[in-house]
Design a protein around this ligand. Sequence first.
Ligand SMILES: [Zn+2]
Ligand SMILES: [Zn+2]
Length: 245
Amino acid sequence: MPIRKTERKEGEIISVDIIPIPLGYSRSYVLRGEGVIAVDCGLSGKAGNFIKGLKTAGIAPEEVKLIVITHGHSDHVGSASEIKSATGTKIAMHSSESKWLENPAMPAPPGVTVWGRMFMSIRRYIMPVEEVTATGVDLLVGNEGISLEEFGIPGSVIWTPGHTRGSLSVLLNSGDAIVGDLAMNMFPLRLSPGLPIFAEDMSDVIRSWELLISKGATVIYPAHGKPFPVSKIEREIKRYKVCSS
Ligand SMILES: [Zn+2]
Ligand SMILES: [Zn+2]
């Protein structure tokens, strides 16, 4: 069931259905306004779950016109090739990140907390096998991002580096932000919602959050775990700055 229902004001859509589709360890979000797009593709072997989730929401596979992949880790690109075949959709990724899908087998990011570092050393024992089938990226997103208006969604794709260099977020005009792994809210990653425990550059993570907040982000939809209010991140940023100064 959608978390948010489409709302209109003077005929214009101001917020869209946000439909989470569980894909095991991570989730995809399907956004339905005038058009339909999705964000992220889960681990490999999850295309069936994705299509089932679409059907439950009353969406035909071919209605999905774009899938924005927030970043290239295997738990976000794993089923991209299969989902692309099943829907005929286009895939969008940041230009510095597309190699993760076009040429999989990239290294994982370093842990940035004590648990993050431990997790990376034992993750092969607690996470499913990570396989990615290569496929082409149709729409390369630059640092300036793209508008989603032409796909019938009131919002944009914003470059939010930090977890990886080419991480993207989708920010809707309603303030709902689908952020991939720029936030995490799921055991065993974190016990409560907040900043990622793995990142290529934590200062970039903080800068990206400041950008999203300045652009009006209010409700955060992580790829791992349930949505939560942005105030949780604001508190963590303050704590991070105190600890790192
Ligand atoms: Zn990631
Ligand atoms: Zn992830």
